[in-house]
Design a protein around this ligand. Structure first.
Ligand code: GLC
Length: 736
């Protein structure tokens, strides 16, 4: 009897449960928009408002009553930052959060290889997913306007087309892990000096042609699920609640359906935050009256003040409906997406990816024989040397530390010295040569050693070595490629400019490795036969560098930014202080659309090492550029083909670049602009034909008077280059 009762009850219960419909917002089979609307219909006003603000340093509210989870965010663009405390910037002291540090994004840009960007996004996405993050605060794609910007190492260089191509795959692959990208810092955060309030003034042409394209590509091609507002102002309004940037351009013109998140402390006003496109307020320091009370989350601009304004009717309910819908959409794409993969962390595959991106991004700037009839110093032929001296603080310094919010706690970091010792064993001796203090946020710490003795020791050992490898550059200390401060000099710090030429004088067999995220002055460039631009390469730095110096990998990187001979050769430094860094209130981009090589070409100021420059251990010869037609119709396209051959003796990769110039235009235009590139691998003697397709869209400029992109009929010149200054072929055509 009892059994019968239990059986019938459980049968009844099963039937009952089966008929209780799962709420739509919890039903994974429902389209996200249906889930969003259902969730909204169940939420109170307070719960909707809560979705718009932080609940801790790196998380924002969910809806506990409905089982809608909170959103967990983490820096940064190069790897998943260590866990931070609930309510402060201090680290939480976890022991399970030592990550893989991937190369800095200048290195990724320097690969000129979208496949590397996809590899990057996939691998960093697996790490962020494994660490249970819903938003990764990156990638950054602010344009490199001045070599002094403290955060250029986190971005993708000076050209809007290169940055647009390289930012997209990273976002797409990252988000396949169910982790949202948060593309930053939108927009015009091109300096760190006065970053919290400096008001950027610029023309619409510079805005649309130079500073917006990478963000537009991130949204429209990358499908970014979130964007981070920048700290600075743009035309008088803070970027984190800016009607032009967020409402009119991002959400209306570009159709962005994701969330706008402030930079930490980037919100300053409730009314502007309500009406000017902000969705999630993070890191605010409240209104100053209560900043002492553990950050007073309920005092946030979009917390109590917003709720009261909604209740009083000061703010329309439609504003919070839109914000909450965007936050819920992000939650359903991430935290409540049950189909997302599980990720992985510090795996061999991740180290291999970091190493591959590093070796593909390292740029060989110069590699000349010391004496005629001798081979160039690189790749290093160990049979030629008994004693190889490695000099420089950057050969051993942990460079995954420092730099600000992108700094990382890593499971391992192979230093340049370690990579070279693994390769050349006891041929290697090391001396520091110069010293720098520890990385300290916001302040310069002096080294506690006798730097003169280091200098003398290095020269003494160099006299006795067969080959010297100097590893220097900047080091992510304050004012040396670091957030919250710009560089204060274009030249190298810590006495390197004195040591390098002295080393070259004592031993001409000198290989210089510069580790930095920025161009630096090189007054001694003629005295150094071999120069390598290595970036902040992350966990596998030493292996990547040794792969290239030793020739296991033939370098194929190209500069994503110009290296001016002197600072005033750069457009931002060719005017006055108002042009850079500004007068502490505003900064005026007087160089306008002529950023980087656009300035060098148009003003005929040769760069020391131009945008797109990078040598190889082999050589490439280019044939003639052949056009499918010499005239392009408004709705047509033409192709240009160019044969490229590996004329050297080892396999290599070349980045063939296409630039186009408008021979005559009614508004000023740069001499030429990058419009396409193709990275090809060639064996010795092998030839491939590279084909580019040109359409009228590639010829357009932004006509600010008409507020639209226009391509004017007339003559255009195309340039096929191994760099922006090394033009190997050109041809002309007419737009009908
Ligand atoms: C920092 C940075 C931003 C970072 C955020 C959280 O100030 O500007 O890039 O993601 O705050 O650390």
């Amino acid at each position: 009897m009892k059994k019968l009762f239990i059986l019938s009850f459980s049968l009844f219960a099963a039937v009952a449960v089966a008929q209780t419909p799962v709420p739509l917002y919890l039903d994974e089979s429902q389209p996200i928009e249906v889930r969003v609307q259902d969730a909204l219909s169940r939420m109170t006003l307070e719960e909707k408002v809560k979705l718009c603000t932080a609940q801790s340093k790196f998380s924002s509210h969910g809806v506990p009553r409905l089982g809608i989870p909170e959103i967990w965010m983490s820096d940064g663009p190069h790897g998943v930052r260590e866990e931070i405390q609930w309510d402060s910037w201090s680290n939480a002291g976890f022991t399970n959060d030592s990550c893989t540090a991937f190369p800095a994004l200048t290195c990724l840009a320097a690969t000129w290889n979208p496949e590397m960007s996809a590899l990057y996004g996939k691998n960093i996405g697996e790490e962020a997913r494994y660490r249970r993050k819903d938003i990764l605060l990156g990638p950054g794609c602010n344009i490199y306007r001045t070599p002094l910007n403290g955060r250029n190492f986190e971005y993708l260089g000076e050209d809007p087309y290169l940055a647009s191509v390289m930012v997209v795959p990273y976002i797409q692959e990252l988000q396949k892990n169910g982790v949202a990208a948060c593309v930053k810092h939108y927009a015009l955060n091109n300096q760190e000096k006065w970053r919290g309030h400096i008001d950027v003034q610029l023309s619409d042409r510079a805005l649309y042609e130079i500073y917006l394209p990478a963000f537009k590509a991130a949204v429209q091609e990358g499908g970014a699920w979130s964007i981070m507002g920048a700290y600075n102002k743009v035309r008088g309004e803070h970027a984190c609640h800016n009607d032009l940037l967020l409402n009119r351009i991002l959400k209306e013109e570009w159709g962005f359906d994701g969330c706008v998140v402030t930079d930490w402390g980037g919100a300053h006003d409730t009314r502007e935050a309500v009406f000017n496109g902000l969705d999630i307020e993070m890191g605010s320091y409240t209104n100053g009256l209560t900043s002492g009370r553990n950050f007073a989350y309920s005092d946030y601009f979009l917390a109590r003040p917003y709720l009261q304004g909604l209740q009083s009717g000061e703010y329309p309910l439609s504003t919070v409906e839109d914000k909450a819908a965007r936050v819920l959409r992000l939650i359903f794409r991430t935290a409540m997406n049950r189909n997302r993969p599980w990720g992985s962390f510090t795996s061999e595959a991740h180290y291999e990816a970091a190493r591959q991106i590093g070796t593909e991004g390292i740029v060989l700037l110069k590699n000349e024989p010391v004496k005629r009839q001798q081979p160039a110093l690189l790749p290093i032929d160990p049979s030629r040397y008994e004693k190889i001296l490695v000099v420089g603080d950057n050969a051993t310094r942990r460079l995954t530390e420092g730099g600000g919010s992108s700094e990382l706690k890593v499971k391992h970091e192979i230093s340049p010295l370690q990579g070279l010792v693994e390769l050349y064993g006891d041929k290697i001796t090391y001396t520091q040569g110069y010293a720098a203090g520890r990385p300290r946020y916001g302040k310069v710490e002096q080294p506690r050693v006798d730097t003169d003795s280091l200098y003398r020791k290095a020269l003494e050992l160099a006299a006795d070595a067969d080959l010297v490898i100097f590893v220097g550059g900047l080091n992510k200390n304050h004012e040396q490629d670091c957030e919250a401060g710009d560089r204060v000099q274009y030249s190298l710090p810590f006495g390197q400019d004195r040591l390098i030429p002295e080393l070259a004088a004592i031993n001409p067999n000198l290989v210089l490795v510069l580790v930095s995220g920025n161009a630096v002055e090189m007054k001694w460039v003629d005295e150094v036969p071999a120069i390598v631009q290595a970036w902040y390469l992350g966990s596998e730095a030493g292996h990547a560098l040794a792969d290239v110096l030793g020739g296991a990998v033939n370098p194929s990187g190209k500069l994503p930014m110009s290296f001016p001979v002197k600072l005033t050769d750069n457009g931002a430094h060719a005017f006055d202080a108002l042009c850079y860094p500004g007068d502490s209130i505003r900064v005026e981009y007087k160089e306008d659309i002529l950023v980087g090589y656009r300035w060098h070409d148009t003003k005929k100021i040769p760069a020391l090492f131009p945008f797109g420059h990078g040598l190889s251990y082999t050589t490439f010869s280019y044939g003639k550029a052949t056009l499918s037609s010499s005239s392009l119709t408004a709705d047509g396209s033409i192709t240009v083909t160019v044969p490229v051959r590996n004329s050297g003796d080892r396999p290599g990769k070349e980045v063939v670049q296409l630039y186009i110039g408008d021979n005559k235009s009614s508004l000023p235009r740069p001499k030429k602009e990058l419009k396409a590139f193709d990275k090809i691998a060639l064996n010795p003697g092998e030839e491939k034909t590279v084909t580019f397709t040109i359409t009228p869209d590639d010829l357009k400029y932004f006509d600010d008077a008409r507020h639209e992109w226009v391509a004017e009929p007339g003559k255009f010149t195309l340039y096929i280059g191994a760099s922006s200054a090394d033009i190997r072929a050109q041809a002309s055509f007419t737009l009908k």
